[in-house]
Design a protein around this ligand. Sequence first.
Ligand SMILES: *Cc1c(COP(=O)(O)O)cnc(C)c1O
Length: 367
Amino acid sequence: MIPVSAPLLNGREMDYVREAVESGWISSEGRFIAAFEQRWAEYCGVPHGIAVSNGTVALQLALRALDLPAGSEVILPSCTIISCVLAVLEADCVPVLVDSDPQTWCMNADQVAAKITPRTRVLMPVHLLGHPCDMAPLRELADRHGLLIVEDAAEAHGAEYNGRRCGSLGTLACFSFYANKIITTGEGGMVTTADPVLAERLRAMRNLCFRRDRRFLHTELGFNYRLTNMQAAVGLAQVERIGEHIAIKRRIAARYLEGLHGLPLTLPVERPWARNVYWMFGLVLDDGVPFDADELAIRMRKEGVDSRPFFLGMHEQPILKARGLFEGEQYPVAERLARRGVYLPSGLGLGPAQQETVIDVMRQVLA
Ligand SMILES: *Cc1c(COP(=O)(O)O)cnc(C)c1O
């Protein structure tokens, strides 16, 4: 079976992990934590990076750090991972949804204005599958209404908006370094920011809010969301090669765009203001195709090719509806993406012959 993704590891990870283990610093202190944070923040173009255990808690910590009044509203796309909504709920805030752009599949910026109320505090763009959201209209609304922007950049390491990297486009940005992301630490995440006060607060919150002046005196409630030095060792080796990883992703995308041309599909775009890192190569079946994404996945699997469906929108989640959220709301683009969108094998280890097989199978299944 040709897998959807696989991490690309090399000897450097092992060298650094060995150094971390031999140093005895195997928990969350040691040289690799600071080195990884610094290197990643610098890559994103901001001064501060706060490493955490995974991308989900990065989002949670980010919203908590903003200290929003209970009941504050956060506007985000329906088509995203549940981590985003979990973070909003955990901060005692209210998730407010918008639909997706049919081409970039990111949050539709044109729908945001209509959802702003006096309680709105945060916009949460999610840069989906490696393509950045259209940030200018969001920035304009944020400035006009005094809102903060928290990016979910977990799928967009190195992606650019008008020459600026994702991770530097809001007040805070959240990354995941899960094994299928563009760079990985196994499990891991980071919050990036240009704000030194928030950075300090995030550092305290990830480490139980121990105080610098008196360790076991607490004036705030925190979490243990620390990353280990061993994971950061893997992360540092990965950041050092991110340029190569992105080049591979872009090469894979270029070949798919060529090989799948002419099939009844909507393929990924790269807007003039964007640099798409094509984390995963997504596609959406045209209406004329007489089956949906689930059926496509079954037919492909029979031929030895794995795939994944797009997210099921937050407004269609039974557990969220059971809590009275998003009642009667409809987001036709997100609904269509969930039913007709899949992503193809896009792993960093995908060989040219494997990719030709995927293209042949797609052509055969859609013939
Ligand atoms: C992967 C991902 C996350 C969550 O990251 P974890 O490290 O798996 O918790 C959050 N948001 C998006 C858009 C993701 O793709």
